[in-house]
Design a protein around this ligand. Structure first.
Ligand SMILES: Nc1ncnc2c1ncn2[C@@H]1O[C@H](COP(=O)(O)OP(=O)(O)OP(=O)(O)O)[C@@H](O)[C@H]1O
Ligand SMILES: [Mg+2]
Length: 252
């Protein structure tokens, strides 16, 4: 969502004067600052709301079903707001196409297993089987925090769009001077005609919209920027059943 990047896209081929570009950059920076301040200001009230909900749930006996439901809903919606805020903040940090990477030599196989382990409970709750196929060790020069975010986004999508009793498979393999990572699920899948739009900000498929799945359509946009920032590539592999997403990262 970098206004400057969008305005200077080669598609339009319209020359942009340097003054206009300066103005755009300035307003883009202002927009990022505005988002950062808003997100920051919402953090404390949200934590307080969650704290009080927790207190009432623990301290109050004889709550009616309706009251329990209301408290659960307040908790769920405040968690949702925190999640949305964290997505917006990620986008501002990514600054269009240029991301500040802190690259270091990291065991990508271990990082992948580590992220997968943090999903175990959520997967069990939905009776989804997770298969992980990684070598014991596979090092790459990457920004560990951003690649963690990539896996978290892809895994939470797979979890969200896969119905109970399904399966998610993750693999990490060396491929020449690169590492190929893949995630496959047995969920609702991505229609072939929609693949070209899937990484655009706020894009959500018809099936996701009509199925009532939660989300704002920023996860894959963020993922693509992170992979691009690493000089890697990402694509949706057309598939008859479920979704399959592949990304390549250079080893160095
Ligand atoms: N594993 C998947 N199976 C089916 N559809 C998917 C899958 N992953 C992504 N999609 C489709 O791509 C859209 C964009 O994904 P993205 O992660 O950007 O958004 P989101 O999950 O809807 O919201 P957010 O990640 O911002 O909370 C989704 O809304 C969904 O339509
Ligand atoms: Mg998502």
């Amino acid at each position: 969502m970098d206004a400057t990047a969008q305005q200077t896209m080669p598609a339009s081929k319209t020359p942009v004067s340097s003054a206009a570009l300066r103005d755009l950059k300035k307003s883009n920076k202002l927009k990022d600052e505005f988002i950062a301040i808003t997100v920051h200001n919402q953090k404390t009230p949200l934590i307080i709301i969650q704290g009080y909900v927790d207190l009432v749930q623990k301290e109050t006996k004889n709550l009616s079903d309706m009251q329990k439901h209301a408290l659960e809903e307040i908790e769920k919606q405040s968690k949702r707001l925190i999640e949305i805020n964290s997505r917006l903040l990620s986008v501002t940090k990514l600054h269009g196409d240029v991301i500040a990477l802190k690259k270091e030599t990291v065991d990508l196989a271990e990082l992948t297993r580590d992220v997968a382990a943090s999903f175990v409970v959520k997967l069990q709750n939905k009776r989804i089987r997770l298969v992980i196929d990684t070598p014991e060790q596979l090092t790459a020069k990457i920004d560990c925090e951003w690649i963690r975010e990539v896996w978290e986004n892809l895994l939470s999508n797979a979890l969200k769009f896969t119905p109970e009793g399904g399966k998610i498979t993750i693999s990490v393999k060396p491929k020449g001077q690169t590492i190929m990572c893949q995630i496959t699920d047995t969920g609702i899948g991505i229609d072939k005609q929609e693949i070209q739009n899937i990484f655009a900000p706020f894009y959500r498929t018809q099936d996701a919209l009509t199925g009532g799945y939660d989300g704002i359509g920023l996860g894959l946009y963020i993922v693509k920027l992170i992979i691009k920032g690493h000089n890697g590539k990402i694509r949706i592999v057309p598939s008859h059943k479920g979704a399959r997403i592949q990304f390549l990262l250079p080893k160095n």
